[in-house]
Design a protein around this ligand. Sequence first.
Ligand SMILES: Cc1ncc(COP(=O)(O)O)c(C=O)c1O
Length: 383
Amino acid sequence: MKKPVYMDYAATTPVAPVVAEEMCRYLTIDGVFGNPASRSHGFGWQAEAAVENARKQVAGLINADPREIVWTSGATESDNLAIKGSVAGRGNPHIVTSIIEHKAVVDSVRWLEEQGMASVTWLKPEPDGRIRPDAVEEALQDNTVLVSLMLVNNELGTCTDVAAIGERLRSRGVLFHVDAAQAAGKMPVDVRTMPVDLLSLSGHKVYGPKGIGALYVRRAPEVRIEACIHGGGHERGMRSGTLATHQIAGMGKAFAIASQSLDEECQRLESLRALFLESLAELEGVTLNGSETCRVPGIINLSFRGVEAESLMLGLRDVAVSSGSACASATMEPSYVLRGIGLSDEQAHRALRFSMGRFTTEDEVVFAADRINEVVTRLRGVR
Ligand SMILES: Cc1ncc(COP(=O)(O)O)c(C=O)c1O
């Protein structure tokens, strides 16, 4: 077993080896290095063919039409484009979102609010992290133009009932943006049956490269958004900039693999999750944060009574995890997501997120649980 054991797949996934190989084909003089927008020679045509093939592959995972996929630099940009692009040019727009969205959504919406470009209703989730469809409906106003909610929460793994929410928005003509960065490749996502208008995707959460993502923009009924990045008019004017062929080809390949292996991967992760929780069953005072039932299998957020997550992480040197409480800031603010579902600062400081993925093995899960048992018991003894 390779150590440290990686249990932070929700932060990023390793690029699948065949994906890395595929990417190399689009870089050098021997490969397809042309600019996909070059229309006057074969170098450009070949690169364009690679980009269009990848567009089909990404569309395939979410059952979209390839023409509904807009390349971006990642889910952060997709969120920005969906939110700012929906609101631009609209008079007196109102947005509905929640306080536990990813920062790419929270900060985009807050920026619009601070600039006086939109008014916002910030929804509070249920204690299990889910947003009630009724709460969304109650928040709608005559001038609501956009609802933005995530499908799977990145800290909790909890799923929101996007289908039920989308149904209520369709008849009101309100755009529905869904951040699916943590859902794609981890659960079925079908935009033909799911009433969403805009959906954010990220390459590096699905064993593809970092720095590439996509925004799904529905064609029927047609959704129109304004560009945030202006230039050569690429991506049907929605996102200018020379396309990163190698990253796009990598994301395409990664999404094609995810489509083929989705069921098997979900089942495997479900049993790893059960094994992990069983292996921790002897330990008292462990609480699961988020929904026990509406969730993806790979993300498990746990609080350990009487144990600071920072101390536990330091003790778990052979296991790479992330703390629900350690955000990027140097002040070690407790997680706004955990506080958002009603945890006290103290409880939030005791939470760790364990996330598993394609390369996680049973041995690794048992090893991690054994280490947690040991370190938590030791830390509790010290107190
Ligand atoms: C739910 C969610 N949205 C957006 C992002 C940002 O994605 P990217 O790193 O592709 O910009 C992440 C990644 O942390 C995420 O988990």
